[in-house]
Structures are given as structure tokens and as C-alpha cells.
Design a protein around this ligand. Structure first.
Ligand SMILES: Nc1nc2c(ncn2[C@@H]2O[C@H](COP(=O)(O)OP(=O)(O)OP(=O)(O)O)[C@@H](O)[C@H]2O)c(=O)[nH]1
Ligand SMILES: [Mg+2]
Length: 321
């Protein structure tokens, strides 16, 4: 597969080449492993030039609609936009991309945009791992802004926040509804909060949500002394307030960049990525040691039969490894 992929072609911005490159790094085939690693090493000097933005929120809050609206705005400003979706819960590849394509109608057919669905759950090393590498490929291909959509229901937020420069959380109108379903920890990840669907009959309810969220934020320690976490309102559907959201977001990003905080944030992210890669490989290697799987099944069977304790079962599996 790699014979079709040259760094020059990728750098020239060919979208098909970028697609193929992502397919290569997502591949679980052993033969693709080395070419994928080689390609990633080659692109490294050409990465880091984009703004990486995580966009999250409960299902149906309007993430895809927001990305369509923001994406078209960015393109109008002369930027190239890549959209990556992370949905670890998706049982098959691109579970929601059919819906997304219709929500991102204009964006998906624009030559300055690139949209990629979530990798197949069960990819080696996990979905978010592949997304981190896809970001690098998109940067090498010349994309200026990379938007990463993730469903706001679990672990994926933490992982997306750990690979982006800024995390934007979309919220629903209505007091009580606003914080519903959002775990406190996820609120803490947000650099910017936006109440979407602030249109028509929802306007008053959006104000309520905004106030409630601001009160919730009151108890949180801000991430930076000089950058407050603000709550904005928009209607992604009607294209209202999205420009203000971008001005706010880009203001924060420019501030982080000018003060070198962006650089140090990314450096820390890379270090913890390396650490988690090592941990993953060690785990992978462990489960593939000769008798480990058989010993595990045996220990579990004995545990179920009440013949052993959990600690003894662990010892049995780890013995002589
Ligand atoms: N009134 C109104 N409806 C909106 C707005 N944004 C999105 N919607 C609608 O909300 C529904 C869900 O929008 P999506 O953009 O698919 O939401 P999502 O968060 O991407 O959903 P998942 O990908 O399924 O998690 C659609 O019917 C949209 O038309 C908005 O600003 N105002
Ligand atoms: Mg969506």
C-alpha cells in the first residue's frame, strides 16, 4: 500500500492521498505496520502548523451542524479545514458518518475541507491513538485548523483534550438541562463553553442555561490566570454567533501561542503520548507471552468455582512471567 504514498503527494494537499495515508495508519494488518511508522516519521518535520480543536457535547447538541457552520466560515477566511470524528462507541466503521455527511453538506463537498469518520472500534491501539496520528497527517497535508468531534459521554473527551490545543464544549438550552449528562470532570476540560440552539423559542432557555453554567464554573479553578472560561451562545443551524465563537477561540489560541504556552502544552502532550504508547505495547506484549491467556482462563475458572481468591488468581497469572 505504501508504494502509492509519497510524502510529496501528501504535502501537495491531495485529499485522496491523505485518505489513503490515514487508512494505512488505521490498518490492523501486520504488513502495514512498518510502512505506517515510516510514513509517520517522514511527516513529523511537517507537523505542528495547525490549530487543533476538540469539539464535544451530548449526542444531538449540534456538533456536526456547528462544525459545518464554523468550517465554512474558516474556509471563507482562506483556511483549510480537516474534521476528524472520534466515536469509540461506534460498533462499526463510520457509524454516524452518513448522518454527518448530510449535516456537513457544504463542508463535505468543499475542496478546502477534509472529513474523516471515526476509525473502526477495535483498531490496534485504540481509536483515539489513530486520531492523534491522523492529526499529524492532516497537518503535513497543509490543513490549518483541525476539528475533532467526539460524543460527550465518556472517556473519549479526556483523550481528545489530551491531543488538542483547545477544548470546546457545546451545551443545550434550558436550566437543569444544561448540566444534565455532563460529568463535572468534562466541564473542567473545557476552555470555551457554547450554548447551541439559541434560536427561536429557545433563546430565553439558552440564557438560563448560560447563567447556570456560569454558576457551575464559578467553583472551578481556571486553567489560566489571564484567560477566563467564557460561556457564549450561538445557533449553528442559523449561522448566528458562530463567528463570535471563532473570534473568541482564536483569541485564546493566539494568546497561548504568543506566550509559548501552546508549545509547552504540546510538548507535555507528546511526552504523555509516548508514555501511554510504551504502556500499551508492554500490555500487548504481556498478553502475547506463551501461556498467559491459558493461565488467565484457568485462574478465572478456578475463581468462578470458588477455589481461589482474586489475589491468588492474579499471582497465578503473573507467576514466572
Ligand atoms: N434549532 C436548532 N437546531 C439545531 C441547531 N444545531 C443543530 N440542530 C439540530 O439538532 C439535531 C442534531 O444535530 P447534529 O449536528 O447532528 O448533532 P450532533 O451533536 O453532531 O449529534 P451526534 O453526532 O449524533 O452526537 C439536528 O436535527 C440539527 O438540525 C441549532 O443551532 N438550532
Ligand atoms: Mg455529529
Amino acid at each position: 500500500m505504501s508504494t502509492f504514498l509519497s510524502l510529496e503527494e501528501l504535502r501537495s494537499g491531495n485529499r485522496r492521498t491523505l485518505s489513503k495515508a490515514i487508512t494505512l495508519i488505521e490498518s490492523t494488518r501486520e504488513v502495514d505496520r512498518d510502512p505506517a511508522q515510516k510514513l509517520l516519521s517522514e511527516v513529523m518535520p511537517h507537523t505542528g502548523g495547525s490549530y487543533r480543536i476538540g469539539i464535544s457535547g451530548v449526542p444531538g447538541v449540534g456538533k456536526s451542524t456547528f462544525i459545518e457552520s464554523l468550517g465554512m466560515l474558516l474556509i471563507a477566511r482562506g483556511l483549510k479545514v480537516a474534521v476528524l470524528a472520534v466515536d469509540p462507541s461506534s460498533p462499526f466503521s463510520g457509524g454516524s458518518i452518513l448522518g454527518d455527511k448530510t449535516r456537513m453538506d457544504k463542508l463535505s463537498s468543499h475542496s478546502d475541507a477534509f472529513i474523516r469518520p471515526s476509525p473502526t472500534a477495535g483498531s490496534l491501539g485504540g481509536v483515539t491513538q489513530r486520531t492523534r496520528e491522523s492529526i499529524l497527517l492532516c497537518e503535513a497535508a497543509g490543513y490549518d485548523v483541525i476539528l475533532i468531534e467526539t460524543v460527550g459521554v465518556g472517556q473519549s473527551e479526556y483523550e481528545v483534550a489530551s491531543m488538542t490545543d483547545l477544548f470546546l464544549l457545546l451545551m443545550l438550552p434550558g436550566a437543569g438541562d444544561a448540566l444534565q449528562g455532563i460529568k463535572r470532570g468534562i466541564l473542567e476540560l473545557a476552555d470555551v463553553l457554547v450554548v447551541n440552539k439559541s434560536d427561536g423559542d429557545n433563546r430565553a432557555r439558552a440564557e438560563l442555561a448560560k447563567n447556570e453554567i456560569m454558576q457551575g464554573l464559578h467553583y472551578l479553578q481556571p486553567l489560566h490566570d489571564d484567560i477566563s472560561v467564557d460561556v457564549l451562545m450561538c445557533s449553528a443551524l442559523n449561522n448566528e454567533g458562530v463567528e463570535e465563537v471563532w473570534d473568541h477561540v482564536s483569541g485564546i489560541l493566539e494568546k497561548l501561542k504568543a506566550s509559548k504556552r501552546l508549545e509547552s502544552k504540546r510538548r507535555k502532550q507528546t511526552l504523555s503520548w509516548v508514555k501511554s504508547l510504551i504502556e500499551q505495547q508492554v500490555l500487548h506484549a504481556f498478553w502475547n507471552i506463551g501461556d498467559v491467556q491459558a493461565d488467565y482462563m484457568k485462574a478465572i475458572t478456578e475463581l468462578r468455582a470458588g477455589k481461589t481468591t482474586p489475589m491468588q488468581a492474579v499471582e497465578e497469572v503473573l507467576k514466572n512471567k
